[in-house]
Design a protein around this ligand. Structure first.
Ligand SMILES: Nc1ncnc2c1ncn2[C@@H]1O[C@H](COP(=O)(O)OP(=O)(O)OP(=O)(O)O)[C@@H](O)[C@H]1O
Ligand SMILES: CC(=O)N[C@H]1[C@@H]2OC[C@@H](O2)[C@@H](O)[C@@H]1O[C@H](C)C(=O)O
Length: 398
C-alpha cells in the first residue's frame, strides 16, 4: 500500500486531529490560517482553535488577483499562472505561521485549503440553460502539499455543485456541527465581502438547517472606500456615519431579482460591484451624491438586505440568538443598522461560542476536512443546497 494512504488511514482513526484550515475570501485582505484541534465528527464535532492568524496580502498580490477576480473576461495566461503561484504563497504562509508558533509540519495532520474564489456563477446568474451551477477556486492543493509536506484537502466546493448545490455557502455544515443548540433558535451571521447566515432551529433538526447568502456585506463598502478614501475599508464606518441615507438610491440598489429568490441562494462580487452601484445611481439620478451619503446608503443596503433575509425565517412568538462573525462585525455603522431593526434577536459574536469570529470561515474548512476523514454520516435530508456529502480533494506531498 502507498505509505501516504496508510498515513491518511491512521489520521482518520485518531481520536483527535490537528488540522490547519485556510480561507481567503472575497475581500482579498489576506489568508486566514486557523490551527484547530478537532475530535469527533458530525454533530459530535468538538473544535479547539489553538492558533489563528491573518496573513495580509501585499498590494502587488491584490493587484494580481484583481486582474482575474470576478471578471467575465480575463487573460487566460494570468489565471493559469496564479493557480500554482497562490498555492505556493499559501504554503509559504503556513510554514511561516508554524515557525512563529514553534511547530513543525510533522505536528500537523492535515491542511484544509479553500483557495481563492476567482469566479462564482450559479445558474440563476449565468442563465445558460445547458451549463450547471459553477464556481472556481484557485491555489492548487498539490503545491501546498508538496511545499509543506502536509497532506492537503482542497477544492471543497465542486462536490457541492456535483450534488445540485451552488457550491456555496458551505457554512451550514460547520455551523450545524459546532454551534447547534437544543432549545435555542440560533442565527450565525457572517459579514465578509458577501454576507450570509445559517439558521439553526431550536429543534436541532438537520433537515431544516441551511445557510444562504443575503447579498453584499463589505464588498461595496470596500470598493468605494478604495475609490473615495484610497483606503482598503471605511474604518469603523466613520465616513458612513457622517452621511445620510438616500432613499432613491437605496430603492434602486434593492431592485434585483436575487433578493426575491428562495433560500438557499448565493451571489458574489460578479453581481454586486462598482458597476452595479453606478447603474443604480444612474437609474435613481443620484450620481452627484456626496461620498458620505453614498457610503451611508451602501451600509443601509447591506444592513437592510441582511435584515430582510433574517426576517424571512423568523416566526412570530419566537426569539433568536444572532452570533456575528466576519470583518463586518467590526463596523459599528453596519451592526447598529442591523440590530436596530431586529427586536426579537439578541446579538453577540461567535467568540462567545468559543470560535473567534474572524477565524470562523477558516475553521469551517478544517471541520469539512475532518468530516471527510472521520465522519460523513449526517443526513441533511434530500434538499437542494444542503446535500448530505463530504467534500474536498486529497493531495499527498509525494
Ligand atoms: N474596523 C473595521 N471597520 C470597518 N470595517 C472593517 C473593520 N475591520 C474589518 N472590516 C471589514 O471586514 C473586511 C474583511 O472581512 P473578512 O475577512 O470577513 O472578509 P472575507 O473573508 O474576505 O469575506 P467572505 O466572507 O466574503 O469570504 C474588510 O475588508 C472590511 O470591510
Ligand atoms: C463562492 C464563494 O467563495 N463564496 C463565499 C463568499 O464569502 C462569503 C459568501 O460568499 C459564501 O457564500 C462563501 O464562503 C463561505 C465560507 C461559505 O461557503 O459558507
Amino acid at each position: 500500500m502507498n505509505q501516504q494512504i496508510q498515513q491518511l488511514y491512521t489520521i482518520a482513526s485518531k481520536p483527535e486531529r490537528r488540522i490547519i484550515g485556510l480561507m481567503s475570501g472575497t475581500s482579498l485582505d489576506g489568508l486566514d490560517v486557523a490551527l484547530c484541534q478537532i475530535s469527533g465528527s458530525g454533530p459530535a464535532t468538538s473544535v479547539t482553535l489553538e492558533r489563528f492568524a491573518t496573513i495580509p496580502y501585499t498590494d502587488n498580490l491584490k493587484v494580481d488577483i484583481r486582474t482575474i477576480f470576478a471578471r467575465p473576461e480575463i487573460e487566460f495566461e494570468q489565471l493559469c499562472l496564479l493557480n500554482p503561484y497562490i498555492g505556493q504563497l499559501h504554503a509559504q504562509m503556513i510554514l511561516n505561521c508554524l515557525q512563529e508558533w514553534g511547530l513543525e509540519p510533522a505536528d500537523i495532520d492535515i491542511v484544509a485549503s479553500h483557495g481563492q474564489t476567482v469566479y462564482h456563477a450559479p445558474k440563476s446568474q449565468h442563465r445558460h440553460d445547458k451549463f450547471p451551477n459553477a464556481t472556481l477556486q484557485i491555489g492548487d492543493g498539490d503545491h501546498i502539499a508538496a511545499i509543506t509536506g502536509i497532506t492537503t484537502f482542497s477544492d471543497f466546493r465542486q462536490k457541492h455543485v456535483a450534488h445540485g448545490g451552488e457550491g456555496a455557502p458551505l457554512a451550514v455544515y460547520g455551523d450545524y456541527f459546532m454551534f447547534s443548540k437544543s432549545g435555542q433558535n440560533r442565527i450565525l451571521l457572517n459579514m465578509g465581502g458577501i454576507a450570509n447566515f445559517t439558521y439553526l432551529p431550536a429543534s436541532q433538526d438537520a433537515s431544516a438547517v441551511f445557510t444562504t447568502d443575503t447579498g453584499p456585506g463589505n464588498t461595496l463598502l470596500d470598493a468605494f472606500a478604495r475609490r473615495l478614501l484610497n483606503k482598503p475599508y471605511d474604518e469603523n464606518g466613520q465616513l458612513a456615519a457622517s452621511g445620510h441615507v438616500n432613499s432613491q438610491l437605496l430603492d434602486a440598489l434593492k431592485a434585483n431579482l436575487f433578493f426575491n429568490a428562495p433560500f438557499p441562494k448565493t451571489t458574489g462580487p460578479e453581481v454586486f460591484n462598482v458597476s452595479y452601484v453606478q447603474a443604480a445611481q444612474a437609474d435613481s439620478q443620484t450620481v452627484d451624491l456626496s461620498p458620505a451619503d453614498l457610503m451611508a446608503t451602501l451600509v443601509q443596503f447591506s444592513a437592510d438586505t441582511i435584515v430582510d433575509a433574517i426576517r424571512g425565517i423568523m416566526q412570530s412568538g419566537e426569539t433568536y440568538a444572532v452570533y456575528m462573525s466576519g470583518g463586518g462585525m467590526h463596523n459599528p455603522a453596519l451592526t447598529t443598522a442591523i440590530q436596530g431593526q431586529l427586536p426579537f434577536c439578541t446579538f453577540s459574536q461567535t467568540n462567545e461560542l468559543g470560535i473567534n469570529g474572524d477565524a470562523k470561515e477558516a475553521v469551517l474548512f478544517a471541520v469539512l476536512a475532518n468530516e471527510s476523514l472521520a465522519g460523513g454520516n449526517t443526513s441533511f435530508g434530500n434538499r437542494q443546497g444542503v446535500p448530505s456529502v463530504t467534500m474536498g480533494k486529497v493531495s499527498f506531498p509525494r
